[in-house]
Write a protein that binds this ligand. Structure first.
Ligand code: UDP
Ligand code: MG
Length: 335
């Protein structure tokens, strides 16, 4: 099954993006280890500390000293969950790679079924949300709006999708090596690659400790990244706005000519103001949409790495994570 064929590589890698989880990380690792020991496949846990300033990485370091299956990476600062996922995928050595949250909202109890589905031949196993834990109505509405927009504009169905997934080595390699974009939207990319998939429903557990770290600004940023990287449909909205204005001006021209021919003074200060305002806002919106795409192009052409690793534990050996990812390219595959 192990397609990399390196002796000593585990069968399953579990990738945990982690940010300020000092209160819960030990318990989460306990749970995951307990479930995985029941599965009976060799495994490793790659904890990517997304630049937490609390004791998260110290906890991981202590754990890794006792248990060689636990490996830890630490970012030099907070680069975001998407970056942490990328780093974890790049570092994982298993024939199957599972990405899951470190707060136990993605229940480890699902792991045996996911691994079983993989053995049955699925290259991607999506864990899909059946219920949304203790999410409030506002969060639900937000998710609904976003998923609808993605489906309509991008043609990608993310309804109830989560970042809890198992990827076969083939798919993990595609994500790491073949998709060079910097700003990523893991959920969408995993749907985009295709391959035989399986779905397993789960109930999002309530967060045992701590609080969600996502601010509304971050979520909006993720939504824009998702839209802009998966579809150019918003650009078409600009064209539609242009056509609308054209139709509007046609009507106005006719009206003006009509009045003029009948010897009436061309009326309507109000009309002028209204037209100006409407056209003005159309232009601003269009510039904004185009601007989003340009900013994404700008970010991509800068070719900056999307994370920097400042520390690591249990990463010695061939695929090691040096503190400076530039010196050992394996952890910055985008270089
Ligand atoms: N996370 C991360 N970087 C961040 C924010 C969150 O790595 O900047 C991790 C976090 O530690 C957790 C997962 O991403 O393992 C999901 O985050 P959270 O539980 O805060 O979000 P939610 O469950 O509300 O989606
Ligand atoms: Mg969570």
């Amino acid at each position: 099954m192990n397609q990399r064929g390196n002796d000593g590589d585990p069968v399953v890698s579990l990738v945990l993006p982690t940010y300020r989880e000092e209160a819960g990380i030990d318990h989460a690792l306990d749970e995951i280890v307990r479930v995985m020991e029941g599965v009976g496949e060799s495994f490793e846990i790659v904890v990517v500390d997304d630049g937490s300033r609390d004791a998260t990485f110290e906890r991981v370091r202590l754990r890794a000293a006792r248990d060689p299956r636990v490996r830890g990476l630490r970012f030099s600062r907070n680069f975001g969950k998407e970056a942490a996922l990328s780093a974890g995928l790049a570092a994982a050595r298993g024939s199957a790679v599972v990405t899951m949250d470190a707060d136990l909202q993605h229940p480890p109890a699902l792991l045996p079924a996911m691994i079983e589905a993989w053995h049955q031949g699925a290259k991607i196993v999506h864990a899909v949300k059946r219920s949304r834990g203790n999410d409030g109505p506002l969060v639900r509405l937000r998710a609904r709006l976003f998923n609808g927009l993605m489906l309509r504009l991008g043609g990608i169905d993310l309804e109830e999708a989560s970042d809890f997934k198992l990827l076969d080595r083939v798919v993990a390699d595609v994500l790491v090596h073949r998709l060079p974009e910097r700003k990523r939207f893991y959920r969408g990319l995993a749907a985009w690659v295709g391959y035989p998939t399986a779905e397993i429903p789960f109930d999002v557990a309530a967060r045992p400790v701590g609080a969600s770290r996502w601010s509304i600004v971050r979520l909006a940023d993720l939504a824009i990244t998702a839209l802009v990287s998966f579809t150019s449909a918003p650009l078409r909205i600009v064209t539609v706005l242009g056509l609308l204005t054209l139709a509007l001006s046609g009507l106005l021209i006719m009206d003006t000519l009509w009045s003029w021919l009948h010897g009436r003074a061309v009326s309507g200060f109000a009309t002028i103001i209204l037209t100006l305002l409407i056209i003005g806002s159309f232009i601003m919106i269009s510039l904004g949409i185009i601007g989003e795409y340009i900013s994404k192009i700008y970010e991509e052409v800068k070719h900056r790495p999307h994370y920097l690793v400042s520390d690591s534990v249990n990463f010695d050996g061939a695929r090691s994570a040096a503190p400076d990812p530039y010196s050992r390219p394996i952890l910055s595959p985008q270089q």
